[in-house]
Design a protein around this ligand. Structure first.
Ligand code: ADP
Length: 521
């Protein structure tokens, strides 16, 4: 073996090895460490040397191949360009086989390689054969094949995608546009190449697009931009373009890949929606302004009207008993009607204030027992036949609230209990707890179907027909708003046959500045 190894060494190299005490076994180790296989033949093609890597590559061991003809060992080399290479090596030339040869040594083991040929010279420089270095290309070719397959897959996917896709190189110039893009633009890849695609950006968007693109490029950031690009039919379409960075597996920057979707329809729809919202807002403002003005105008004549009624009441004292009683009753009813109109107007005014975010509180010490009694008393004066059952856990229930608003809350709920209570007695419970007061108002009237119990606290929501029960559907909405301003809540428990129970929970101290503004939720 030593002889065979030595024979393929050039004289000077051999001397150097000997000088440095590097023996043939070590040399054999060095050659074996090389992933390239190596063998040597004499001019009769007899194999003189066969490296360990060759044993692995060809699956034939050295003892078997030595002294055998190379074309007997690898018949595929015969009559090919490889045979010529040997001849050239024997004539003293160094040559690389230009083909990637494929050899199927076992059924399932096909490998590709490339050979490097050089002459094998004796001490005197005479060519006595050839040395062949065999480079296994299988893994490289396999990797290239996989890359090619993956690229083909990407192109097929990209061409089938319902979006326009582009890719740029490191220098920012685009070198790929998918089918979707080319169909959109109606141009060729060559026309779009580089910055050709940018020719058709809308003039108004051009600078912004270029700035975004190159700023992102220079800072190596992803980007999203919206711009108008001319379509094949000349129409400018809005595109949403998202660019993402591309890197190799080693982290080397390759450029960008981007996708564009046509968002023109969405933009048009959004603009229309915007217009509609603006119109609606204007209409709502006009309505609120109208309610506000109309409420004030309606209220103005009612105040003197009430005064005149009071004066008439005092003047009829001198009349006969029966006629004064009749007149008195009529006046009482007129007064009650005026009060009713005043309540409606107050509700409308409050609604308008809530809508315009103008509801304010004036906080003071308030006794809820007193307020409940006052409200009940007023209704009893108007209709002595009304029946109330009052239950107070304490003699007084004090808290920091806006008296007028608290009165309005209780009044609205009691008013509903009377209106929808079918004349049955109304229970009012006032339970004082540590930090809050609970007010329960229960009637035995028509009740509220379950599915409309939540909506009745919204504006204009009603669970009854206006023919049977006139009303605006604003009372509970205002109650809820007033309560939330006090940090309180209202809930209802009802069913059609059992009447309704409204529960108000009111914190004793609303923990709010004396003047706070309510905002529409
Ligand atoms: P309005 O009474 O003017 O319609 P509200 O906001 O006070 O407006 O009440 C909203 C709706 O809730 C009423 O239309 C009615 O259907 C229902 N409702 C309120 N209170 C009661 C109650 N005590 N019993 C039955 N239904 C009620």
């Amino acid at each position: 073996m030593k002889r065979q190894v030595l024979i393929i060494l050039r004289g000077s190299m051999k001397k150097a090895l000997v000088r440095n005490n590097i023996d043939c076994e070590l040399l054999e180790e060095i050659i074996s460490a090389n992933p390239d296989g190596m063998f040597a033949v004499d001019c009769d093609y007899r194999i003189l040397y066969w490296s360990k890597t060759m044993e692995q590559l060809f699956g034939m061991n050295r003892n078997y191949v030595l002294q055998k003809n190379i074309f007997e060992i690898v018949p595929l080399f015969k009559n090919t360009e490889e045979e010529n290479c040997y001849i050239q090596a024997f004539s003293g030339q160094t040559i690389i086989s230009s083909n990637k040869l494929s050899i199927s040594l076992k059924a399932d083991n096909k490998f590709y390689f490339k050979n490097y040929y050089s002459p094998l010279q004796a001490k005197d420089g005479k060519v006595i054969g050839g040395i062949v270095l065999v480079r296994d290309l299988s893994k490289k070719l396999e990797a290239e094949k996989r890359i090619q397959e993956s690229e083909d897959r990407f192109r097929v996917m990209s061409d089938c995608a319902p979006v326009a896709i582009w890719m740029s190189r490191k220098d920012g110039l685009c070198d790929y546009f998918n089918q979707g893009w080319l169909e959109f633009s109606g141009r060729t890849l060559e026309e779009e190449f580089g910055l050709g695609w940018a020719d058709r950006i809308h003039d108004e968007d051009y600078k912004k697009v270029m700035d975004t693109y190159f700023n992102a490029f220079n800072s190596r950031n992803s980007f999203i931009m919206k711009y108008r690009l001319q379509r094949h039919d000349g129409q400018f379409r809005w595109l949403l373009d998202q660019g993402k960075l591309r890197f190799t597996q080693d982290g080397e920057f390759l450029g960008y890949i981007g996708s564009c979707i046509d968002i023109t329809d969405q933009i048009v729809a959004l603009n229309e929606l915007d217009d509609t919202v603006k119109k609606l807002e204007a209409a709502l403002k006009a309505r609120d302004d109208f309610i506000s003005i109309a409420s004030h105008e309606l209220k103005t004549p009612l105040t003197p009207l009430k005064t005149y009624l009071y004066i008439i009441k005092t003047q009829i004292v001198g009349l006969s008993h029966s006629s004064s009683e009749t007149l008195f009753n009529i006046i009482e009813r007129m007064d009650s009607q005026i009060n009713h109109i005043l309540k409606i107007i107050d509700n409308l005014l409050d609604f308008s204030h809530i809508s315009n975010q103008l509801l304010e509180l004036t906080i003071e010490k308030v006794d809820l027992v007193h307020v409940v009694c006052e409200v009940v008393k007023r209704y009893k004066i108007l209709n002595p036949y009304l029946s109330f059952k009052l239950f107070f856990s304490n003699k007084e229930s004090e808290g920091q609230w806006d008296k007028m608003r608290i009165e309005q809350i209780i009044d609205n709920i009691v008013n509903n209990a009377i209106k929808y209570g079918e004349g049955n007695p109304i229970e009012i419970h006032l339970l004082e707890e540590k930090t809050q007061v609970k007010l329960i108002i229960r009637d035995k009237g028509i009740g509220i179907p379950k599915n409309v119990q939540t909506p009745i606290f919204d504006k204009f929501e009603r669970a009854v027909s206006s023919e049977n029960f006139p009303g605006l559907g604003l009372g509970l909405y205002i109650v809820k708003k007033n309560l939330s301003l006090h940090g309180g809540t209202i809930t209802v428990d009802s069913g059609t046959a059992k009447g309704s129970t409204f529960t108000v929970v009111l914190p004793k101290d609303i923990n709010c500045s004396p003047h706070c503004t309510i905002f529409e939720s």
